[in-house]
Each structure stands twice: as C-alpha cells, then as structure tokens.
Design a protein around this ligand. Structure first.
Ligand code: PLP
Length: 397
C-alpha cells in the first residue's frame, strides 16, 4: 500500500515571509553575476573588515583545537566578557546567569519572542521598524501593534505616542534605537518615560541595541542601567555591526534569569552553541582595543553628511537626518503615482533594473513612500550610486 505524502507547508510558516532585505541582496547578486555593475545600497552590514586582533583570536582558537561543543548558551568566558563590556559602556550590573549568547542578535530576538509571546499577546512596534520584528512576532502567534512616527520630526518616538496603545494584552514594547531603517534615536528622557509606562504595568521592554555604538549626536545609553530595570527590560545585543562581525554570528541577551533559562532550553534543542571559534573572537572583540568602533563611527558620520546632502538635492526628495546607525531613509513619494510607479517595491525593482542601484523598499519597514539606503559602503560607491539615483528620479518627476 502506498502512503500519501502530505506536502503542505506548516501553517506557522505561512505567517511569515522571506526577509525583503535578503531578497534585494539576492536580486542584486543575480545581476552582478550576469556582469552588471551594481551599486549596492541594500546591504545592512559594515564594509570594514573584522579588526585583525579579533581574527587572530579565532585563528588561535582553531590552532588550540577549541573546536568542540560549548555550553548551549555560550561559554562562561564570553558571558563574562559581555556583562563586563556592557557594565563598562553603559553602567549596567548584569550577572552571567542573566546572559545568553546566541547565533547573532536576530537569534536572540527570535528566541525571546518564542519564549515570551503566546497567541494573542500584543507587541508594540514603532514604525518604521526592522523587517524581522513583524515576522518573529507573527511566528510566535502574537499580534503586532504598530505605532506610527512622523518623518517631519525625524521619526522620533515619545512615550505619549506609545501610551494609548497599551492594553491588558500588551506583553512587550520593542524599541530599536538607533533605528534601522530611519537612524532615529530615542531621547533618553523619553526612553525612561516609556520604561516607566511598561514597568508600572509589568510589560516587557525589549531594547534592540544592535547599533548602540553608532550615535552621531549623543552618548551610548542603555535603558537597562536604570535602577530596577533588569526585571522588565530585555536587552538584545549583537557584535555584528559594532565590530564588523556580521558573518561570525554572535549576539547576546541580557535578560532576567528565568527567561535566560527558557532561551537556553530552546537553544539546547535547536542551534546548540554558537560556533566555538566565533565565541573566542567575540571575547577578544569585547575585551580588546575598542578604537576600531570610533574609527568606523567617524567614517559613517562623513558618509551620513554626504548622503543626506546629496539626497536633499534630488528633485522632490526629502530626507530626515539620521542620528545613528548607518542608514538614510529618504522619502521618494514624488517619484510614485503619476510616474507609473505604484509603490516603493516597484520603484526599487525599476531602480535596480534601469539604474543598477540596489535599495530596500520602505514597505518592508512599514511605510509607503521611503526607501532605505545603507551608507555602509565606500564614498566612491556612494558617489556613483547617488549620481545614478539622482538621474533616475530627475528623469521621472
Ligand atoms: C535592528 C537590527 N537588530 C538586530 C539585527 C541582528 O543582527 P545580527 O543577527 O547580525 O546580530 C539587525 C541586523 O541587521 C538589525 O538591523
């Protein structure tokens, strides 16, 4: 008797979609392989190499055969390095039992949603948001509650904008400052007010600190440093951008002990430990010289100034000034509608096809008139790409 093979994909997978930032990268890659000279503003990763001292630490780890399983939530050495660096940079006081090491910051965020969100739980997410938030909340069966911010005020968020959306079902508020994609930075006092709103109601406040060292006008700040904040604040951290280590896949959570236990359980049955040699590199990143971070920040600042100035010269384009991270989020609404281009997805496809510039459509981040430009690329590429973008839009409007 022949068994009928059930080929339907599980329902929970249909609740999520392929990351559109990855789709742009794939499209740009395909064109490049066809020999097209593509300028890539899509990639959300530093163009700098991983600093040498970090690479050498991983080489040493290999030579010393540090190539076996480690504890599923990371080595004690790396947890210690994480809590020490966080204490030094932000004045927090975490214990290693409140730290988990994961396979990148994305993994921490995914695991925390799996560990905390039940079907119907609401998660407040300011718009524009990093694409992944929506999908990981949906995958956990949660409900995203989007809170709009305003381009005219630089996409900045205030506690007053969050408060009306808090309900008895709100489980978490998710803050990403500096923001991917807008570069907006939440004012420290407003951050504190949001913390009070959430903490008073027993709601978790997740702070995605992926870009926390790339600030142009303010000093690094972690809401987790407030007295008592450790009980309801969930820090999602990453070494990817800070140390130009995107491929190494090391992130961390600084979270209450019972939640760390839940994440450990999940990791022990899924990924097990983050790569052993990458963990050794991460220890060196956190404990070794920190100058490379400031060098990258200075370069990003020069590029930010150049990109914003050039974008504002394009007919019909407006651009809020990014105050952190390495993205600009210009409004290209003038190039939509009567130009025959219906939305930012079509705009991005047309731009790639005709002008060979890769950007990420704003629909991926929850707004309908913007595109994201990553300026984590050389000045030469920025000049070439912005010339092309200028011509492309000028010809349309
Ligand atoms: C806002 C934000 N959070 C977290 C991450 C996760 O980075 P990773 O998984 O490489 O550590 C990214 C990566 O692009 C990001 O933009």
């Amino acid at each position: 008797m022949q068994l009928e093979v059930k080929q339907e994909i599980a329902q929970r997978i249909s609740n999520i979609s392929v990351s559109s930032t990855m789709k742009v990268a794939a499209d740009a890659d395909r064109l490049r392989r066809e020999g097209v000279d593509v300028v890539d503003f899509g990639a959300g990763e530093p163009d700098f190499p991983t600093p040498d001292n970090i690479k050498q630490a991983a080489v040493r780890a290999l030579e010393q055969n540090f190539t076996k399983y480690t504890p599923a939530a990371g080595t004690m050495e790396l947890k210690q390095a994480v809590v020490e660096r966080h204490a030094k940079d932000f004045g927090t006081s975490y214990k290693t039992s409140e730290c988990v090491i994961s396979v990148g910051g994305k993994h921490v965020i995914f695991n925390l949603m799996q560990a905390l969100i039940d079907p119907g739980d609401e998660v407040i997410i300011p718009v524009p948001y990093w694409v992944t938030y929506k999908d990981v909340v949906n995958y956990a069966g949660g409900k995203c509650v989007f809170v709009d911010t305003d381009e005219a005020s630089g996409f900045t968020l205030t506690a007053a904008m969050i408060e009306p959306w808090l309900t008895s079902r709100t489980k978490m508020v998710l803050i990403n400052s500096p923001s991917n994609p807008s570069g907006a930075v939440l004012d420290n006092a407003e951050f504190e007010k949001i913390y009070r709103l959430t903490n008073d109601r027993g709601i978790f406040l997740m702070t995605d600190e992926c870009y926390c060292h790339f600030l142009y006008d303010s000093k690094p700040f972690s809401i987790a440093a407030l007295p008592g904040a450790k009980e309801t604040v969930l820090v999602a951290g990453s070494l990817s951008k800070t140390y130009a280590m995107t491929g190494w896949r090391i992130g961390f959570g600084l979270i209450p002990e019972p939640i760390a236990g839940a994440v450990l359980k999940l990791q022990s049955h899924s990924t097990s430990n983050p790569t052993s040699i990458a963990q050794k590199g991460a220890v060196e990143a956190l404990r070794g010289p920190q100058e490379s971070v400031q060098t990258m920040l200075a370069e990003y600042r020069t590029r930010r100034d150049f990109v914003v100035q050039r974008l504002r010269q394009i007919p019909g384009v407006t651009c809020a000034e990014p105050r952190g991270a390495f993205y600009a989020y210009p409004n290209i609404g003038a190039a939509l509608g009567s130009t025959g281009i219906a939305n930012t997805l079509q705009f991005s496809e047309r731009l790639l096809e005709k002008a060979h510039v890769a950007v990420v459509p704003g629909e991926a981040f929850g707004t309908d008139k913007h595109v994201r430009i990553s300026y984590a690329t050389s000045m030469h590429e920025l000049e070439r790409g912005l010339d092309r973008l200028h011509r492309f839009i000028a010809d349309l409007v």
